[in-house]
Design a protein around this ligand. Structure first.
Ligand code: FE2
Length: 444
């Protein structure tokens, strides 16, 4: 039988195939695909692409607690006669095994190999795109989509979602105007394209079009706030625009309504969003109320994972903002143990060693008032933090931390250099203007 992109899949019934197609289409727009996936696998446990799909979505979460569901799928796949599978399906099984072992670079490459043979393979494209994001591989975020897009019919129902992916890749690779244009095309095709809306936000953010960004996010509220797993993330993008416009009250309201609150389910990617906003406020000495404590309580349920270094850094941010020195020191100690004894074959190990651990040390030092150590830890990795993933907008908190440490340490030439760099990229940013004033008032 053929799936919704006309690729051969080994499946018994039309109804299972229909559930697979629904799950794929849901994932394209970031609607939670788990209920459909469960129904699909209960119907046909030996449906290999269904099991691969389940493996992927449980690795997308970057939550070690979800790895077990991926391993369950690999167990189910091991009982399937591989000789009855298509070559593409066998390639997918191999890529999933690689990813589950923690080799994100290898899995990314294998998914690229699938796409070269099968440009219509939407599963390989969606997951490859996420892996490029986790790996901070901006060129492949752009290149992976570019390599397959001409093979897609513009009338295909999923075509618009590829434009959302292309736009994000263009933006991360530095093509901001073109990214904005492509992202707008994506959301015009599918106003409920959550990744496309997100790409518009990124493109506007990087061009410092914060007034336009705040208006766009408000106009698309009914879409990004509805029935998807990225609500907290798009909310922080709206929050970033609001902070630049100076509307702190509204930004905090968005945080309270859509990002984090007491006893919320601790989903690492959403906790990252919360940390990202709170740290920006912390750096500016804004009143956090009990938000840092509430976020710390959530992170404590996930901070011993050492599964994705980007998450560890954001857990440290919550602990630092909450002045929870015990939690911060425990995390630092866990990370140092992980550096020594963790599985060195995994991508996360090198991410943690090269970027995650120094970032955590820098954040902790900052809260101790030890700004010279913060600078010593962050300055050497300033231009390479993409190694542990995330977007330019997300990683900006580390640049802000370095600048703030330079200001507070009275390191005027360094602070001036850092603020110059920001101003060249965004001359009309109110945040940058505020920092320039602070730098100029430092004693020479
Ligand atoms: Fe984003």
């Amino acid at each position: 039988m053929k799936d919704l992109t006309n690729l051969e899949v080994t499946v018994h019934s039309n109804s299972t195939l229909s559930l697979y197609n629904t799950a794929i289409a849901d994932l394209c727009r970031f609607k939670n695909p788990v209920p459909t996936t469960i129904e699909m696998l209960e119907a046909e446990p030996d449906f290999v692409m269904g099991q691969v799909f389940n493996g992927h979505i449980n690795l997308w979460t970057t939550d070690r607690d979800d790895l077990q569901w991926c391993l369950e799928s690999l167990k189910a796949i091991a009982t399937i006669d591989a000789s009855g599978l298509t070559p593409r399906e066998r390639m997918h099984v191999s890529a999933l095994q690689t990813w589950a072992k923690g080799d994100l670079v290898g899995a990314s490459r294998q998914l690229d190999e699938i796409l070269i043979e099968y440009p219509m393979d939407i599963m390989a494209l969606l997951s490859g795109h996420q892996l490029d994001f986790f790996l901070g591989d901006a060129l492949n975020l752009r290149g992976r989509v570019c390599r397959v897009l001409p093979d897609w019919d513009k009338q295909h129902p999923l075509y618009g979602f590829l434009l959302g992916m292309l736009s994000f890749g263009l933006e991360e690779a530095g093509h901001y105007e073109r990214a904005e244009h492509v992202a707008m095309e994506a959301v015009q095709i599918n106003p409920q394209d959550i990744w496309g809306i997100h790409a518009v936000a990124h493109a506007l953010e990087m061009q410092n079009k914060y007034v336009q960004g705040a208006s766009f996010m408000q106009a698309y509220e009914k879409h990004w706030q509805n029935d998807n797993v990225m609500v907290s993330h798009n909310a922080i993008h709206q929050g970033l625009f609001l902070l630049e416009t100076g509307d702190l009250g509204k930004a905090v309201e968005v945080y309270d309504n859509f990002v984090h609150w007491e006893n919320i389910e601790p989903i690492p990617m959403a906790l990252v969003d919360a940390s990202s906003v709170l740290w920006r406020l912390y750096l500016e000495d804004e009143e956090l109320g009990n938000r840092a404590k509430t976020l710390t309580d959530s992170w404590k349920q996930k901070s011993d994972q050492q599964f994705y270094a980007f998450n560890d850094a954001h857990a440290m941010i919550a602990f630092a903002a909450d002045n929870d020195h015990d939690a911060a020191r425990t995390l630092l100690s866990d990370l140092k143990d992980y550096a020594l004894f963790g599985d060195k074959t995994t991508t996360n190990h090198s991410m943690s060693l090269q970027t995650g651990l120094p970032v955590c040390e820098a954040i902790y030092s900052f809260t101790q008032g030890d700004y010279h150590t913060t600078i010593a830890k962050l300055l050497p990795i300033k231009n390479t933090t993409a190694q542990f993933g995330g977007s330019h907008a997300q990683r900006d908190i580390f640049d802000r931390t370095l600048l703030e440490a330079a200001i507070r340490a009275g390191r005027k030439p360094l602070a001036r250099a850092l603020v110059n760099e920001r101003l060249m990229a965004r001359p009309n940013s109110p945040y940058n203007a505020k920092k320039l004033d602070q730098v100029l008032s430092l004693a020479s």
